[in-house]
Design a protein around this ligand. Structure first.
Ligand code: ACO
Length: 287
């Protein structure tokens, strides 16, 4: 961590590195291929809560230490050792996992990128899908392995899969348990792009920098709106988006709408089809 003034939880099973507005967040159990045990899940939830209000973080990149993104839920600590728990205790453990992997990430107020650097199995599909964007190493290996050991992709993994994969692809990999690589993941649009592993970090950094260069209030409103309209009727969606647009005009500290109009219509210094308007607003130096 480059700036130790503000305390960020974690540092053990979840690592955070700040880098010019990017928070690189790593699941950190490389000796267990970053399998997610209850302790990692709790630490991740605390880290995401802290980064939400930390100015050093403008974009979250979620990845894994070593050669794995994550080998899924920890089969020993998350499952077998939970078999003897009372239903209430199991519910608590499972809720923490669901909260960070699905609820928090899907509606996170800052843009998120999943950087799949290696093994990505089962439960790891939740965070992969919940992040706004995903980039994978071509060499990364993905698998919905549940069927191979007699369970189904529960914990909302199938819901995540069904959101981004076609019925044909989703059912094929769910029912066969076959693995596939990053190139195939990109072909199926499970990730946005796949690049050689040697280029993964730099390509991810460039993508994060692009997001950081945009009007932050507009990015936040757009990603929230995208998630919300999925579940709305056309009429409700129209009304919701209109309200969101009005809200943005009131809350955008850089007045992007007026500034863009001014540059295009009055100053004639900007063509929307050729890139973003010239931002006069400066984000904090740190983020
Ligand atoms: N849960 C618990 N421990 C795990 C998991 C996991 N999901 N994945 C790996 N580990 C542990 C191994 O048990 C091993 O521990 P040990 O050193 O104490 O024996 C250690 O991590 C290293 O694993 P290896 O299998 O030795 O590593 P390798 O590089 O050869 O293989 C691979 C990696 C392919 C990811 C393999 O570990 C594997 O298949 N893991 C399980 C993948 C899976 O099916 N995940 C569950 C999906 S279902 C769900 O998430 C709900």
């Amino acid at each position: 961590m480059s700036d130790s003034d503000t305390h960020i939880p974690g540092g053990k099973l979840v690592l955070v590195e700040f880098d010019e507005g990017i928070a690189w967040v790593s699941m950190n159990r490389p000796e267990k291929r970053n399998a997610m045990n209850p302790a990692l899940n709790s630490e991740m939830l605390a880290v995401l809560d802290a980064l939400e209000v930390d100015d050093r973080c403008g974009v979250v990149v979620l990845t894994g230490s070593g050669d794995s993104y994550s080998a899924g839920m920890d089969l020993k600590e998350f499952f077998r050792e939970s078999d003897s728990l009372a239903p209430e205790a199991w519910h608590q453990i499972s809720r923490v996992a669901q909260t960070w992997q699905v609820t928090r990430l899907r509606h996170y107020p800052k843009p998120t990128i999943a950087m799949v650097n290696g093994w990505c199995f089962g439960g790891a599909f939740n965070s992969l899908v919940a992040c706004d964007l995903a980039i994978a190493a071509e060499e990364a290996i993905f698998g919905l392995s549940e069927v191979n050991w007699g369970i189904i992709p529960a914990g909302n993994v199938l819901k995540s899969v069904a959101e981004v994969m076609t019925t044909r692809d989703g059912l094929y990999y769910t029912l066969t348990g076959e693995t596939f690589d990053g190139r195939k993941a990109a072909d199926m649009k499970l990730v946005n792009i796949a690049v050689p592993k040697a280029e993964l970090r730099e390509r991810t950094r460039a993508l994060a920098k692009t997001l950081l260069s945009k009007n932050r209030a507009a990015v936040r409103a757009a990603k929230h709106a995208f998630r919300r309209v999925e579940a709305l009727s056309w009429d409700d969606s129209e009304d919701y988006l209109a309200a969101k647009l009005d809200q943005l005009r009131l809350t955008d500290p850089e007045g992007g709408r007026n500034e863009g109009m001014r540059q295009f219509l009055d100053a004639k210094t900007y063509r929307p089809g050729l890139g973003g308007y010239q931002r006069t607003h400066k984000d904090s130096d740190k983020a």
